[in-house]
Ligand binder design. Structure first.
Ligand SMILES: Cc1cc2nc3c(=O)[nH]c(=O)nc-3n(C[C@H](O)[C@H](O)[C@H](O)COP(=O)(O)OP(=O)(O)OC[C@H]3O[C@@H](n4cnc5c(N)ncnc54)[C@H](O)[C@@H]3O)c2cc1C
Length: 437
């Protein structure tokens, strides 16, 4: 997304752009998986677009794409699955009842715990007025970036049972409360959408508007800078080729970048970030179901588990009466899934789904799966700053080194979102244009 957006903007102001792409498709981590009939089953990568992400929405609208809600109507209930038990989250339900909590936390209830222990930091963050300004991250919030969310909550005296409730689902537990607060500002459950026909319609639509070449199946292996140009060495059809340009926008994830030979070498500062940035392990296995049998129980098909996992049920109009249940597993269990054979991984996934939606296996029509850490062009789902990193990396993630400009979600203040990729691509395009690249 970052590369495509950068190319689109540069072409608009008259530059000649070539996209060099290792995979045999555009879109990178926006990747819709389709079934035998060609219709979408599920998103392997980016699965939801919040209504509070204006840059992503702007490109969706410019490409003439329609959105539809991620979640089904509110009369269908989401589930939590905690300590092996199903907890429907319908009207009047309190997730706090799912676990044994100390009396003070029980009195607060789930909503009260969220308000007291998470949303207070969101208010602090908003009060700084620093979001999306050069003042980010503001020094007065440094205390929120010292510990991981679970350690921070434990330090504030919250019980382990309550921490489990606050970190249900595919929650990246390594992040700090500072990053979590940024995400919560923009997270509005009702405002989450998917793109009609599949999220990959966005990168495909942008690619279709580009005049320049898109070289697919062409991995970059080396980048060499000269006083008057930058040269990129690629492998194409098994042959080594060199392309020259005035400027290069490098959107390769920082998990993959260390495999590229830079001459001169990248700055020590960037090399340090490359060695420090952690990528989250994510595996997704999606089953197309002959029927949405869960709706008979007034369930939405969405669930948050206490095992670093979620179950999603994207509603594609093309599904008709059919449905989808997708296991979205992150963390150690996702890494463990990588060691399994494909049939074992699929079996493992349907067994997890069966626990939450009994009878699911009988309805399976077809299945797709994906591991981001096994993908050589991603080597992980997304880069996340761990405690301390946001301040340590301040002003050093993006920028340029000579004629090479760095972009991608990992260089943005919206890591792990399309929004971050799009903003970073736009910024890099402006920088190249202003540099006269
Ligand atoms: C599991 C998962 C869930 C997500 N959920 C959401 C979500 O719900 N909402 C949301 O907005 N975002 C989500 N995201 C994040 C979103 O997908 C990314 O932030 C965004 O797509 C990243 O775009 P990018 O351009 O920075 O990187 P990429 O999409 O990774 O693009 C980089 C490109 O570089 C290519 N490349 C890599 N190495 C080389 C090489 N050596 N030579 C040539 N090309 C190379 C890759 O093939 C790729 O096409 C999710 C991502 C994942 C993986």
């Amino acid at each position: 997304m970052s590369g495509l957006v950068a190319a689109l903007e540069l072409e608009h102001v008259g530059h000649e752009v070539t996209i060099i792409e290792a995979r045999d498709r555009v879109g990178g981590r926006v990747h819709t998986q389709r079934g035998r009939d060609g219709s979408p089953i599920a998103e392997a990568g980016a699965g939801r677009i919040p209504r509070s992400h204006p840059w992503a929405l702007d490109y969706i609208s410019r490409m003439g794409l329609a959105l539809h809600p991620l979640y089904p109507p509110p009369e269908l209930t989401n589930l939590a699955f905690v300590d092996g038990r199903r907890c429907p989250l319908g009207p009047g339900a309190d997730l706090a009842d799912a676990v044994a909590l100390p009396a003070n936390e029980r009195a607060l209830g789930y909503a009260g715990i969220v308000k007291t222990y998470l949303l207070d930091n969101v208010d602090r963050l908003l009060a700084t007025g620093a979001i999306d300004t050069p003042a980010w991250p503001p020094e007065q919030l440094a205390d929120l970036d010292r510990l991981s969310v679970p350690d921070y909550l434990a330090g504030r005296g919250l019980s382990q049972a309550a921490i489990k409730l606050l970190t249900l689902g595919a929650f990246p537990t390594a992040i700090s409360p500072l990053l979590l607060s940024r995400v919560l500002i923009h997270y509005d459950r009702e405002g989450l959408s998917i793109i009609e026909g599949g999220n990959d319609n966005l990168p495909k639509a942008i690619a279709a508007q580009l005049r320049g070449n898109i070289l697919l199946g062409t991995p970059v292996v080396a980048v060499t800078q000269f006083p008057d140009r930058v040269e990129v060495t690629v492998i194409s059809d098994g042959r080594t080729m060199t392309l020259a340009a005035d400027a290069l926008i490098c959107t390769i994830p920082y998990s993959v970048l260390p495999t590229i030979a830079f001459e001169p070498a990248l700055s020590l500062s960037r090399q340090q970030i490359l060695s420090e940035m952690r990528y989250v392990d994510v595996a997704k296995v999606a089953f197309r179901m002959r029927s949405r049998f869960w709706e008979a129980e007034h369930l939405s098909g969405f669930a948050q588990l206490d095992t670093g996992a979620e179950i999603w049920s994207p509603q594609w109009p093309s599904n008709g009466h059919r449905g989808v249940l997708q296991l979205y597993q992150q963390g150690d269990r996702a890494a463990a899934m990588d060691a399994m054979s494909e049939p074992d991984r699929v079996r493992w996934a349907i067994e997890r789904i069966e626990q939450v939606f009994p009878g699911a296996e009988r309805h399976v029509e077809e299945c797709v799966s994906y591991s981001w850490q096994l993908d050589p062009w991603a080597r992980g789902a997304y880069g996340i700053p761990c405690p301390g990193d946001i301040f340590k990396w301040k002003g050093r993630l993006a920028g340029h080194e000579g004629r090479v400009h760095f972009a991608g979600e990992h260089t943005s203040e919206y890591p792990a979102w399309i929004e971050g990729a799009v903003r970073s691509g736009h910024r890099a395009a402006s920088d190249v244009n202003e540099a006269g690249g």
